[in-house]
Design a protein. Sequence first.
Length: 95
Amino acid sequence: MIEIQVASLNSGNTLNIYSDSECSQEIFSTLVESDSIFVEIESLDLGVHKFYATQEDSAGIQSPCPETPFVYVYENESPQYVHSLSISSPQSSAG
């Protein structure tokens, strides 16, 4: 298990975490209640894992899938610290 602190969130949005660069393989989702939350990702296989995070507002507008993932190497040892990442806010498009 790994614990990730996700920051730069907007309360009321939905946080989504994905395992692929297209943000199509969702592995976690939750309603955001503050500007920063802790997320536990369980059942990791040994090796390199890449995580991508987005947030979606109440109008259904989602922030873009980030180009740079959060990378974690799992070596069957307990992490010594909490990892953190920040994500962008959804941007409404001018109509």
